[in-house]
Design a protein around this ligand. Structure first.
Ligand code: HEM
Length: 374
């Protein structure tokens, strides 16, 4: 596609088309252009917007990822200080402790262990729960709801509806508790902002918490799982990082590029008719950036098809680009680094269980991750 049809019509017919953008330079251009908007409602007439807004509390509709400036700027500013590299760095000792606890459990587990289920999966959910202030004992229900929500390809299933309702009710009661007795966590701080400074509506508050849980979970699971898988597939690269552990951060960057945890950007809509690298895109058309394709673009990366933990100038777009660039990138990078450092120090001879079938990619759109890694 990059060579023959880099601006690819995924579907046409009906009134609007959908496009996939596959070249590195085009992907960056798309992600930073204000002509491609996130808020689809802007494309509708005022009256149909009012109808939609009349809806009851919708915990998905007001996420910063789905809105444009100035709302996006206001929402992002509220949480940005919590995710700066310096602030995030302070979490390193606690992330290390969590990783070590999980590894200890793995050592004592009978039978085979699975790197996804036993390690990559619990680690980020524990970290984000602690950051937000979700009580330890509730983590499992919480995990179930966020899983159903992430996995749902069809939002209308009964299970999905039920879990969304349970999740909303849970958040409502958690917010009440934190309002009565604030703690040193992100939820308490957001509640204060919502109440005192009127910077955050009720719907935005719910959406923010849901976004932080969802955006930071499965993606980080995939980062840990995919990078380890690439290392198992390339034993000579694994030897390099075992010999020199300071290469782990660059192995993480290469993992992000080579097996990008997020395959496609979220949707953007063309605000008006335009020409984009030889194709006529109409106002209202949906446009997606293929992050994994951009990250393998041979015009940008030399030996793009090779997994190379010593790659320098690795300017991948695994965390997106432009104003929606991943808020959690410093956290994801730190979690990935600590996870792999601790794993290799607990199990220096770790290897894939090669007597079993080759691990398989989960059959989902948007995200790229393995179902198991025995
Ligand atoms: C946005 C990837 C981890 C929170 C994004 C985007 C990408 C991405 C590609 C941009 C989507 C677009 O423009 O359509 C990843 C990857 C991760 C990861 C690959 C792990 C390896 C996290 C974590 C958090 C997080 C740990 C927070 C706890 C967010 C938020 C946004 C975002 C809030 C929206 C930012 C905005 O709209 O301004 N992420 N993410 N992500 N990510 Fe991440």
């Amino acid at each position: 596609l990059r060579l023959n049809q880099p601006v690819f019509p995924m579907s046409s017919g009906g009134s609007n088309s959908s496009w996939i953008i596959t070249k590195y330079d085009h992907v960056k251009e798309l992600l930073k252009s204000p002509s491609f908007i996130k808020d689809q409602n802007k494309l509708f007439s005022q009256s149909s917007r009012e109808e939609m807004n009349a809806d009851e509390l919708n915990i998905f509709q007001n996420m910063m990822l789905d809105v444009d400036p100035p709302d996006h700027t206001r929402l992002r500013k509220l949480v940005q200080p919590y995710f700066n590299p310096k602030t995030i760095k302070q979490l390193e000792p606690r992330i290390t402790e969590i990783a070590q606890e999980l590894l200890e459990e793995m050592k004592h587990k009978k039978g085979s262990v699975d790197l996804i289920d036993d390690y990559a999966f619990p680690l980020p959910i524990i970290v984000i729960s602690e950051l937000l202030g979700v009580p330890v004992e509730d983590r499992n229900k919480f995990r179930k709801w966020s899983n159903t929500i992430v996995a749902a390809s069809d939002n209308m299933t009964a299970d999905f509806q039920e879990d969304v309702e349970a999740f909303t009710a849970y958040l409502t009661s958690l917010f009440e508790k934190r309002k009565a007795e604030p703690e040193e966590d992100l939820i308490s701080s957001l509640l204060q902002t919502a109440e005192e400074e009127e910077q955050l509506t009720k719907a935005e508050l719910y959406s923010m918490v849901v976004l932080l849980i969802i955006a930071g979970h499965e993606t980080t699971v995939n980062l840990i799982g995919n990078t380890m898988f690439a290392l198992f597939e390339h034993p000579e690269q694994m030897s390099k990082i075992k010999f020199d552990q300071t290469l782990i951060p660059s192995a993480i960057e290469e993992g992000l590029r080579f097996y990008s945890p997020v395959d496609f950007s979220t949707a953007r809509w063309a605000e008006e008719d335009m020409e984009f690298h030889g194709q006529e895109i109409r106002g209202g058309d949906l446009v997606l950036a293929s992050i994994s394709s951009a990250n393998r673009d041979e015009e940008k990366f030399s030996h793009a098809e090779q997994f190379d933990v010593t790659r320098s100038k690795n300017a991948h777009v695994a965390f997106g680009f432009g104003i929606h660039f991943c808020l959690g990138a410093p956290l994801a990078r730190l979690e990935g680094k600590v996870a792999i450092e601790e794993l290799l120090s607990a199990f220096p001879n770790i290897d894939l269980n090669r007597t079993m079938n080759r691990p398989e990619w989960k059959p989902v759109f948007l995200l790229r991750g393995l179902s198991q890694l025995p």
